[in-house]
Design a protein. Sequence first.
Length: 80
Amino acid sequence: MSLAKTILWNTALIFIAISYGSYNGDGCYYKEDDICPYWHAVTFGTFMASWLTLYLGGIAVVLLALTSEVTQTILATDFF
């Protein structure tokens, strides 16, 4: 895979892992909440169950670990 495709793929996987991995399923807390438009875009304007978003985030981390040497190095540290 070319470097540009690898960077694009890894960036998308990082976004999915962080976004869906941190989604708790509640969406907006208040009408004036600044985070609400973000969750509306991430969940495609629908409700997504928290188990589904955690599953998608976990799959993204696994795929990232399989495709990125940097992620493999980070996950190989004693901390993890």
